[in-house]
Design a protein around this ligand. Structure first.
Ligand code: FAD
Ligand code: NAD
Length: 405
């Protein structure tokens, strides 16, 4: 009998959890496993703010995919996914095409600019290793250039971060540590540097614990961050942004570095493939399949599941992507073995920790609130756990964060 071919698209948290579980659960005679990813490396998306600020080298946030897959059981294809032809059970890749019996889409998120003018041209995003490296280099270039110019442009030393969600706040925490280093390295007066966070909602980290938010805001303010709350980015222009409070109060902020951290969407390959979605996120069944498609699973940031308690979608997180990956593998292994009843997804919320730089963080876990060094310790444990879950103890030793005391 022909073996079914299981194709997994994307080697992020969801994809690698699926493939590392499937390679354990299925024997070589039961199925062919194929993993497709744009790069030959996996990156820890949850560490990209560190690489972007320059507090952690980008090589620390990535590892070779072949280190965590069993190459006897899994064929790795380095290619960009261009389109999924779900009706025909095949995927169009930059290098050709591939047919499948079961498909897992785990292609992650992209930056969502909500059609705001100029953002694509003039703002940076924290979305992958290349984007992180470019942003780090750009900031450093502004500092390096500042003292070489006869007429000093102070806007070279201004950095605007759009969005005070978790990405914006974690990035600001890293920047707050990186800026004094850059000032020292390039003989720049620290007082000339401006770090501005623009947030459209009336509070930082909307919806998060207010006491912890106050802690984070006062910590970051002490480090030099200026918050503009209830203020939305309306447009990005060369050398700055236009912000506004409502329609009438419009202001220009001059800054050579503008970072858009104010929203994500699912991968645009989803819409290009004609799969029904809301901003690239597909409402999947609780067994993680697309309604009406017996062999198509979508997990991670490209999927959407409603949290029935509040009747709103779960936010796209690595925590959910990894839990979905485990379930997806069990369900596919079940199907391959002829099971008709699949397991359903139940999110096991282990809490949320938001770093504020190397030694500071805020978070909720085990029904408690954490801040300061304890929260920072917890955050490093969370980061190490993700390495462990996918790559085992050897990956933790290689890439783990041990600067915890
Ligand atoms: P990803 O892990 O992003 O992986 C997607 C993979 O698909 C990548 O390998 C990518 O290269 C590949 N890919 C994309 N397009 C293509 C293509 N066309 N062809 C081939 N390959 C492609 N969540 C938490 O739970 N905790 C945190 O602390 C946390 N911190 C975060 C910090 C930052 C700075 C950011 C940006 C996000 C953070 N998140 C956090 C959210 C979390 O990173 C995502 O929810 C998670 O990465 C989603 O996993 P995924 O498997 O869907 O996608
Ligand atoms: P987000 O959508 O969570 O936050 C974006 C923020 O930008 C919001 O506060 C929003 O009000 C604001 N915003 C939107 N439009 C704006 C505008 N025009 N001007 C100014 N502000 C504007 O996005 P994110 O922070 O990138 O997070 C994406 C996902 O990743 C979320 O699910 C988040 O939970 C997850 N994440 C988790 C962690 C963590 O657990 N430590 C860290 C980073 C990201």
């Amino acid at each position: 009998m022909r073996k079914p071919k299981i194709v997994i698209l994307g080697a992020g948290y969801g994809g690698l959890m699926t493939v590392t579980r499937l390679q354990k659960q299925l024997g070589v005679n039961e199925a062919d496993l194929v993993l497709v990813n744009k790069n030959d490396y996996h990156y820890e998306t949850t560490w990209l703010h560190e690489a972007s600020a320059g507090t952690l080298h980008h090589d620390r946030v990535r590892y070779d995919i072949r280190e965590v897959i069993d190459t006897q059981k899994v064929e790795f294809v380095q290619a960009t996914v261009e389109e999924i032809k779900a009706e025909e059970n095949r995927v169009i890749l930059s290098t050709g095409e591939i047919a499948y019996d079961y498909l897992v889409i785990s292609l992650g998120a992209e930056s969502e600019t909500f059609g705001i003018k100029g953002l694509k041209e003039y703002a940076f995003s924290i979305s992958n290793v290349n984007a992180a490296r470019q942003l780090r280099e750009h900031i450093e270039y502004q500092f390096a250039t500042y003292n070489t110019e006869e007429e000093k442009k102070d806007e070279r030393l201004s950095i605007v971060v759009g969005g005070a969600g978790f990405t914006g706040i974690e990035f600001l925490g890293e920047l707050a540590n990186r800026i004094p280093e850059l000032c020292k390295e390039y003989d720049v007066d620290f007082h000339k540097v401006k770090l501005i966070c623009v947030e459209a909602a009336p509070m930082v980290l909307p919806g998060f614990d207010p006491e912890l938010v106050d802690y984070a805001v006062s910590y970051l303010e002490k480090k030099g961050v200026e918050f503009r709350i209830g203020t939305a980015i309306k447009e990005a222009i060369p050398g700055g942004i236009i912000v506004g409070k409502g329609e009438e109060e419009v202001e220009e902020i001059k800054a050579e570095t503008v970072v858009w951290a104010a929203g994500v969407r699912g991968n645009s390959v989803i819409e290009k493939s004609g799969i029904e979605a809301m901003r690239g996120r597909v409402k999947v069944q609780l067994d993680l399949r697309v309604p009406g498609k017996e062999n198509l699973f979508i997990i991670g940031d490209c999927s959407l599941i409603i949290n029935e308690e509040i009747n709103r979608p779960y936010p796209p997180t690595a925590q959910i992507a990894m839990q979905q990956g485990e379930l997806c593998a069990r369900n596919i292994a079940g199907l391959v073995r002829g099971k008709s009843e699949l397991e359903t997804f139940e999110f096991d919320n282990k809490g949320t920790v938001c770093s504020l730089g190397e030694d500071e963080a805020i978070g909720t876990a085990f029904g408690k609130k954490f801040y300061g060094a304890k929260a920072s310790f917890l955050k490093k444990m969370v980061d190490n756990r993700a390495l462990y879950m996918i790559g085992g103890p050897s990956m933790v030793f290689k890439k783990g964060k041990f600067n915890i005391f």
